[in-house]
Design a protein around this ligand. Structure first.
Ligand code: SAH
Ligand code: SF4
Length: 340
């Protein structure tokens, strides 16, 4: 809930500043029960307690990887559940959060695709993942940076109003106060929604899952390309209003023998020429039912060498592979390394 939503649940006779008081208690002080909002008149608190409850997510399971990554299965009010991943690093902590339960986009290399779409997450459920992971890992007291990537389950641009509302709640200096420079949204390329996101005052940084070097190849790997063509996607990226400090990110999943040749690398460079961008390469994280192979490290290195002659290009190290927490593995799989 934002301040307006809170105002709407208060009795009409209450002064407007009460909504702001509750808002700050929820997002800045991060209270977990209404009892802690001690600056409210008792009668109002009792009335609110009878009708509402701060909607925190319930931890159904938590899996601990040998590399420090933790995958969370978080329970929602309707009994469904969604995944979020905590990745500690030396200088910063990254939280990977979901925007939908499952995903309706049918990428051939992604386990989440096999779930289909169950439903969109609300703004509260998106923010709730950040609150839960930050609290559980003691991040609020920590000097280290919090980075948020909307790269968990779901296609964020198919749930754009809730994703943008969640971003406003996360970034509000009077609330959670996380900089929009530290939030990145990744999309499979829902073209009209890219332009719409560009119009928002408060918005995450934009990453595009490119994953192919030609129109035909992308149609095979990401059938959504039949509707939203690669050429038009690149045109939408060219028209995207970057902020002065911002670059686009292109992600590219390398599939052994499919899209990982030197020829592909040169085509990627040509596609992205004239864009203010960087490229992140991810070697396929395998999974049951995924009909592709992880390329050899030499192949990944050769691809990177070609791209980085023209563009910044990095290899993304997989995190939490042993607990099915890595990119493309979020399908609510059980794993044996449970530490609750
Ligand atoms: N739906 C959004 C965000 C979630 S997917 C999107 O597709 O962009 C996050 C990233 O994981 C995407 O870049 C996707 O291409 C990548 N990914 C999916 N399956 C993968 C796999 N098996 N191995 C490595 N990366 C994968
Ligand atoms: Fe959905 Fe992204 Fe997986 Fe494609 S890669 S199925 S868009 S979560």
């Amino acid at each position: 809930m934002d301040v307006g939503d809170l105002r709407a649940i208060l009795p009409p006779a209450e002064p407007a500043f009460r909504a702001q008081q509750i808002y700050e208690a929820l997002y800045s002080r991060r209270i977990t029960t209404l009892k802690e909002v001690s600056n409210l008149p008792k009668a109002l608190r009792v009335d609110l307690e009878a009708r509402t409850v701060p909607g925190h997510l319930k931890c159904d399971s938590r899996y601990q990887s040998a590399d420090g990554t933790r995958r969370y299965l978080l329970g929602l009010a309707d009994g469904k559940s969604v995944e979020a991943v905590f990745m500690p690093e030396d200088a910063r902590n990254t939280l990977c959060i979901s925007t939908q339960v499952g995903c309706p986009v049918d990428c051939r290399f992604c386990l989440t695709a096999l779930m289909g779409l169950e439903r969109n997450l609300t703004a509260g459920e998106i923010v709730g993942q950040v609150l839960h992971l930050a609290q559980d890992n003691g991040l609020w007291a920590d000097e280290k940076r919090i980075n948020i990537v909307m790269m968990g389950q779901g296609e964020p641009l198919l749930n754009l109003p809730n994703v943008l509302k969640a971003t406003r709640l996360l970034c509000d200096p009077k609330g959670l106060n996380i900089s929009p420079r530290r939030i990145t949204l990744s999309t499979s390329g829902i073209i009209p929604r890219i332009a719409e996101m560009g119009e928002a005052d408060v918005r995450p940084k934009l990453a595009i899952s490119l994953n192919a070097s030609t129109e035909e190849q992308r149609r095979e790997l990401m059938p959504i390309t039949k509707k939203w063509h690669l050429a038009d996607l690149i045109a939408a990226c060219r028209a995207y209003p970057l902020r002065p400090w911002e670059k686009l990110t292109f992600e590219y999943v390398l599939l052994g023998g499919v899209n990982d040749t030197d020829v592909d690398a040169r085509r990627v460079v040509r596609l992205l020429a004239h864009l203010n961008c960087k490229v992140n390469l991810i070697a396929l994280n395998p999974g049951p039912g995924i009909p592709f192979e992880t390329p050899k490290p030499e192949r990944v290195a050769s691809f990177q060498d070609i791209v980085r002659k023209s563009l910044p290009c990095f290899i993304r190290r997989p995190r939490g592979l042993d607990i099915y927490a890595a990119c493309g593995q979020l399908k609510r799989m059980e794993s044996s390394l449970v530490t609750l």
